[in-house]
Structures are given as C-alpha cells and as structure tokens.
Write a protein that binds this ligand. Structure first.
Ligand code: NAI
Length: 345
C-alpha cells in the first residue's frame, strides 16, 4: 500500500525514469506499457487526479476525457517531465479514441453534491452519465479495470455491471467502486484520536459508500489503541459524515475533490501494481461479493493480474460493528436495486 509520501516518491521515481531515458537515449521503461484513462478529467476531482496519475511512473499513456475543457488540462499536465504521454479528448465523438487500449479507466464524471443533498440525490444525472460511459467502455476497452468514483457509488457500480452484462463483457473481477476516501478519512481521524503517526495506520472500511453504509472497522485498526466506546462511535460517525463535512465547508462549491483525487490515485496505483504482478496488493473496494447476502459489498480485496484476485472476509467484528453491519444492509440493498432497475429501464 502506498504511503502518504506518495507525491515525493512518485516524483523522484518518475524523475529517475526520465533522466535514465535521456541518458540511454532509448525507451527502457520502468515496467510494462500501461494506459490509464480518466473520464471527467476537467472536473474538480478529474484535474488533480490527472496530475497525480501523471506523476505515477507505472503509467505510460494518460488519456484525459471530458465533455469540455480537456485540451487545456491535457496541455498543462503534459508539460510535466514524467514518463507518460498525455492526450486530451473532448466530446463524445472522441470517447472511443480516449478509451481504446486502456488498462485502467477511472470515472470521476458527473455532478457533485451541494449542501443539503445526499449522494442519492445525484442519482438521476450521474446514473445516465455512467451508463453512457460504461456502454463505450464495453465497446472500446472491455478488458479494462474500471474504477468508479461517480456517486452514488452504491448504485453506479451495479449500473456499470448491468451495462457490461448486456454487452456481454461483464467480468466481476474488473469492476471496482472506489471507497478509498473512506479509508483515507478513517486512518486520518483514528491517528488523531489514538495519537499515533498516521503513516503506519491501517483501518478497513466495509459496506458501501454513503452515510451509514460506510462501516469503518476500528476494532481491527492498527496500531492498536484502547479508545473508549464513545470515541469509537464518534470516529465512526465522522468517517460516515466525512463527505458532508467537506460539502458544508465548501458551502455550495462542490464536494471533496483534492482528498478524493489523492484517494483515487492511490486506488488506481494499487490496480496497476496488481496488473503488473506485484504480490499482496490489498485495498478496500466496493465489488461484486458473496461475503454477505448482498450482491455488492465493500471489503478488503486482493488485487492481481486480472483485477480482483480474492475478496477477503470481514474478520472479527465488535458488537458495535455487528450492529452497524445489520443496520446498513437495508439501505445498501435498496441502492443496489435502484441501480439495477435504472440500467434495465
Ligand atoms: P465536477 O462537477 O467538478 O466535475 C465533473 C466533471 O465531469 C466535469 O468536468 C464535467 O464536465 C464532467 N462530465 C459531465 N458529464 C460527463 C460525461 N458524460 N462524460 C465525461 N465527463 C463528464 O465534480 P467533481 O467534484 O469532480 O465530482 C465528480 C463525481 O465524483 C461526483 O459524482 C461526486 O459525487 C463524485 N465523488 C465521489 C467520491 C467518492 O469517494 N467516490 C468523493 C467525492 C466525489
């Protein structure tokens, strides 16, 4: 798992790669060729995410797609002296070219929340966007790993699955709802309360990606700290409401973008490492699952050359977490069903 010193290490690795290239004068690249496409690349998340993916030495080709604004973002990012070649694509007519040959497709396209809105309120607009983008993915890069950021993730992932099923390209190992921001938040908040260095903290977050469906497992957090029950409750609530905290602080100007870009870059990096055969790459993600009775569920997932290598179980839960698990199931089930119904309309 990549540490928060990601930027520094990514940049130095990339710089090493670049100077190596100019010294030797031929293309001896670090690792295989990998194309990453960002759909919604000109947005609040899309721009910093494109920057972070440009810093990732595992990427050889970075494809930036949006309905507007991508030529500028692509020109800007392309001047950074790291490994990947950058191309910008604007408008539906260019979507096919943006996707062709992609190994990983990251989707932060859609509208973000405003104060007073839930993730579910975004459903009508974002569901249509995701459906159209996934239809194109099944046509132009059916084997890509899809990292779904667009909310409500609890519904957009089932929508994507249905679109791929209809196109005959569905592979449950290749579809991921990005819940990494919940993990990033849980780690940060836990480190603050436990008074331990945040660098070494691990906290699994399971369930889904909205309100009470977000279930951080602080009983499994490491390093261990003896936090009181009421502190654990407050940490759980803060993790569940982390998105709303940002939406309210931004007061109408959108939702989390910078921390989300960081989290999205971490997750995409894990997918690339898995594809490249790096062993023991484990991240939490919302995937097709049999670990509960729900068809999709977020839990720890081992990533490999084909995407999901293994969906890991929940491990031992505290009574508080067992209760949280039972109470999230109803909402998560109905969000999943809402997505499936929409896709089949
Ligand atoms: P934004 O409005 O700043 O950017 C969205 C971008 O998507 C815009 O550039 C827009 O032109 C583009 N877009 C719209 N329709 C498109 C289409 N058909 N094809 C390609 N691009 C299209 O929004 P922001 O803040 O970047 O958020 C994007 C999404 O990410 C929202 O759905 C938001 O709820 C979600 N999100 C997810 C999080 C997570 O943890 N999974 C956290 C924060 C936000």
């Amino acid at each position: 798992m990549m540490k928060p010193s990601m930027l520094r290490s990514l940049h130095s690795a990339a710089t090493r790669g670049a100077s190596h290239l100019s010294r030797r004068g031929y293309a001896s690249e670090p690792g295989p060729e990998r194309k990453v496409a960002v759909l919604g690349a000109a947005g609040g998340i899309g721009q910093p995410l494109s920057l972070l993916m440009k810093l990732n030495p595992l990427v050889s080709s970075l494809s930036l797609y949006d309905i507007a604004g991508t030529p500028g973002v692509a020109a800007d990012v392309s001047h950074i002296n790291t490994r990947s070649k950058v191309a910008g694509y604007q408008g539906e007519a260019e979507l096919g070219k943006a996707l062709e040959g992609a190994d990983v497709v990251i989707i932060p396209a859609g509208v973000p929340r405003k104060p007073g809105m839930t993730r579910d309120d975004l459903f009508n607009i974002n569901a249509g966007i995701v459906k159209a983008l996934c239809t194109a993915i099944s046509k132009y890069c059916p084997h890509a790993l899809v990292n779904m950021i667009s909310n409500p993730v609890n519904s957009t992932v089932p929508i994507a699955a249905e679109v791929f099923k209809k196109a005959g390209t569905y592979d449950e190992k290749r579809l991921f709802g990005v819940t990494t921001l919940d993990v990033v938040r849980a780690k940060t908040f836990y480190a603050g309360k436990a008074n331990v260095p945040v660098d070494g903290v691990n906290v699994p977050v399971v369930g889904g990606h909205a309100g009470i469906t977000i279930l951080p497992l602080f009983s499994q957090a490491t390093p261990k700290a003896n936090l009181d029950d009421d502190v654990i409750k407050a940490l759980t609530k803060r993790t569940q409401d982390g998105g709303t905290e940002v939406v309210e602080a931004k007061a109408g100007k959108g939702s989390a973008t910078l921390s989300m870009a960081y989290a999205g870059a971490l997750f995409a990096d894990a997918c690339l490492k898995g594809l490249n055969g790096v062993p023991d790459v484990v991240e939490c993600s919302f995937v097709q699952s049999t670990i509960t009775e729900l068809p999709f569920f977020a839990s720890k997932v081992r990533l490999g050359k084909n995407g999901v290598e293994e969906v890991l179980g929940l491990g031992p839960l505290s009574d508080f977490e067992k209760q949280g698990l039972e109470s999230l199931k109803g909402e998560l089930k109905s969000s999943i069903e809402k997505g499936i119904k929409f896709a089949n309309q």
